[in-house]
Design a protein around this ligand. Structure first.
Ligand SMILES: Nc1ncnc2c1ncn2[C@@H]1O[C@H](COP(=O)(O)OP(=O)(O)OP(=O)(O)O)[C@@H](O)[C@H]1O
Ligand SMILES: [Mg+2]
Length: 273
């Protein structure tokens, strides 16, 4: 028997007040527990709106949305969905709620009414995972852009969500910060967390197990990265990541098996087999 989806959106339509056309016009997305899905698409294609539907921040005007087997339309489920399918946005300044780093991370768990010991455990873990432990007593607003993005992620992780939705949440990181964050996401995914990652940065998606592309408020392509990198990415006008030329060469010479992901360590591993 297959696993039940952890996110199931069918025919979602959403119109912002006063907007000339709907932001979502019949979007379908199913995500299974433990998947890492990269959600791509041009500006204005509806990615953030879909993310907010997954997290019950917005209610679709038509269609169905179930997150963690709960109906996003049921007011009693909304707080549970927001905690269990946590959303991290692009602009960290909008997400800072307390003036000290560790207090900011503690904000979510405190609102869940947890014991002080449990709050401390979650804050320590979230700070460690995001590499912010040494900055815990600093002023939240004194952090760099990249550190603030990691702080926003730590706040989400402290909720111990089953699903983490990242909406361009790595855009302010330098290459080193991005690599560290991707490693952190890899560990979280390996330990069972479901990831939905919205990004314009091709390097970010190399680790995803599945790629979904949005256009004009719909998912128009959904499949495996190997198929995407075989040519679909050109159809949608995406840049190719640095490793892709080498990847294609290795595949065409049959030096690595089809389905190997175009990331340096996977290619190196496949070459060593
Ligand atoms: N608060 C809002 N009010 C009115 N229209 C909005 C609002 N937010 C988004 N839109 C419109 O809805 C559509 C989808 O926007 P959305 O932010 O979901 O796209 P996106 O794919 O996340 O874009 P980006 O890559 O720029 O973040 C766009 O046409 C956008 O202009
Ligand atoms: Mg967006």
């Amino acid at each position: 028997m297959g696993k039940d989806p952890i996110i199931s959106i069918r025919g979602a339509v959403y119109s912002y007040k006063g907007a000339p056309s709907p932001a979502l016009c019949g979007a379908d997305l199913e995500v299974l527990p433990g998947e890492w899905v990269a959600l791509l698409g041009a500006n204005g294609s509806g990615k953030s709106t879909l993310a907010k539907i997954c997290n019950a921040l917005l209610e679709p005007t038509q269609g169905d949305c179930f997150s963690l087997s709960m109906d996003c339309r049921d007011p009693a489920c909304v707080p549970l969905i927001r905690q269990g399918a946590a959303l991290v946005f692009q602009n960290p300044d909008d997400q800072i709620v307390a003036s000290i780093v560790e207090e900011d991370v503690a904000f979510g768990p405190e609102n869940l009414g947890l014991t002080s010991g449990e709050i401390r455990r979650r804050v320590d873990r979230a700070l460690e995972l995001t590499g912010l432990s040494e900055h815990r007593r600093r002023g939240s607003h004194s952090l760099s852009g990249g550190q603030k993005q990691r702080l926003a992620l730590a706040g989400a992780l402290a909720l111990e969500p089953k699903v983490l939705i990242l909406d361009e949440a790595t855009s302010m990181l330098d290459p080193e910060g991005r690599a560290a964050l991707l490693e952190c996401l890899r560990e979280l995914n390996a330990s069972g967390m479901t990831l939905i990652q919205i990004t314009h940065i091709m390097e970010d998606i190399a680790r995803a197990g599945r790629i979904a592309v949005m256009q004009s408020g719909r998912i128009v392509w959904d499949g495996l990265p190997a198929d995407f990198w075989r040519g679909e990415y050109l159809r949608f006008g995406f840049d190719e990541p640095g490793e892709l030329a080498l990847y294609r060469e290795l595949i065409s010479r049959k030096m690595i098996p089809e389905g190997t992901r175009p990331i340096a360590e996977d290619m190196a591993e496949a070459l060593c087999l």
